[in-house]
Design a protein around this ligand. Structure first.
Ligand code: F0G
Length: 351
């Protein structure tokens, strides 16, 4: 069998790149659609996790970035820029390194997880920490890309969305249909826009007969789509989705409305509960923002909005190793214990 070629070459007729362009790929996509037995039992549904932490840089951003960097290289410009809560910057830095392009990233100072910063550093990105939030960073990045010869690779760049549609294609290809319900964490709203475009495209072309209801979940302190207006000072432990003014607002609304979906706010407490549950019961280590989809799923079970027997996919968007600090800071019942080498069995209560 051929090795997986990355999403551009896996879906060449659906993800266009300039003719003759050199494709920049790290083998992104083809991530596990993992059955979740514990969540299925809890919900009375057939729940699958789309494990996007399995992408090359540990998040779903790689699907869009392979396309954005391939276009950027083909354009002849030598540099790319993005604003990020961390994952976009890690992905842009890696793909730019692969392409031989300069990468600049604007991140909110003190509000990006350690693993993501480490990635951008090691891939050689120029990292600018901004005294502000993601929304401020995005505005600055957009301005810079207008005034200088540098390509913006945030999801306001439509080719990013085109690449991220591939996750919906993969899910349909594995299930042989679209799920009944798709749950996502929502921040800047590019991903929910992309999934809906992907499902709609497959249904429009008759590859599948159905489209899912799109359930989008935001952190309670950063829930502009739930409130119907931007949030000036977004705050949540899920730093990846600490966003007050989503760029793809219209795309998210369209996905919700056209699919009879919903948006819901999830407290940090519930996000962390789902974060621990995924790790302890499903064996899947995600970053906190990613657990928002699962916390949302459980919230809609609790209030009766999730029809029993549904086929559900929850995207878990980023790997748990991105944010080791949150895993260790007060979220574990089991503290690492110092032991005498002769006392291991005793410490474990083994008899
Ligand atoms: N989950 C993770 C782990 C993310 O990094 C992001 C977004 C989202 C969910 C939300 O996706 O923005 O398409 O609605 N992270 C961006 C970044 C903002 O800069 O890495 P969205």
């Amino acid at each position: 069998p051929q090795p997986w070629p990355g999403i551009i070459q896996a879906y060449p007729d659906r993800i266009p790149v300039p003719s003759g362009a050199k494709v920049i790929t790290l083998g992104e996509g083809n991530t596990p659609l993992l059955p979740a037995p514990h969540l299925s039992e809890l919900t009375g549904c057939e729940v699958h996790l789309k494990v996007e932490g399995a992408n090359p840089t540990g998040s779903f951003k790689d699907r869009g970035m392979t396309v954005a960097i391939t276009h950027a290289l083909a354009s002849g410009l030598k540099a790319v820029i993005c604003a990020s809560t961390g994952n976009t910057s890690a992905s842009a830095a890696a793909y730019a390194a692969r392409a031989g392009l300069t990468c600049a990233v604007l991140v909110p100072q003190g509000k990006i997880a350690m693993g993501k910063l480490a990635q951008a550093v090691l891939h050689g990105a120029r990292i600018l920490q901004v005294d502000g939030n993601f929304d401020d960073c995005l505005e600055l990045a957009q301005k810079t890309a207008i005034d200088y010869p540098v390509t913006l690779v945030n999801s306001v760049n439509p080719v990013r969305i085109a690449g991220q549609k591939s996750a919906a294609f993969e899910i349909c290809d594995v299930l042989g249909r679209a799920p009944d319900i798709h749950c996502l964490p929502v921040g800047n709203a590019g991903n929910i826009t992309a999934y809906w475009a992907g499902y709609s495209e497959y249904a429009g072309d008759g590859v599948v007969k159905n489209t899912p209801r799109m359930f989008g979940f935001q952190a309670a302190g950063a829930a502009p789509l739930v409130h119907g207006e931007p949030v000036a000072d977004p705050d949540t432990i899920a730093t990846a989705i600490r966003i007050g003014s989503p760029a793809s607002w219209d795309g998210a609304m369209k996905a919700k409305n056209a699919s009879a979906g919903l948006f819901e706010a999830i407290t940090d407490e519930k996000i962390l509960e789902a974060y621990r549950l995924l790790a302890r019961k499903e064996g899947v280590f995600v970053e906190p923002a990613s657990a928002t989809s699962v916390a949302g799923l459980l919230a809609t079970v609790a209030d009766g909005r999730l029809p029993k027997g549904s086929t559900v996919v929850c995207t878990v968007t980023g790997h748990g190793l991105k944010d080791p600090a949150t895993a260790l800071e007060g979220n574990v019942e089991v503290e690492p214990l110092a032991v005498d080498p002769t006392a291991v069995a005793t410490a474990l209560d083994l008899r």
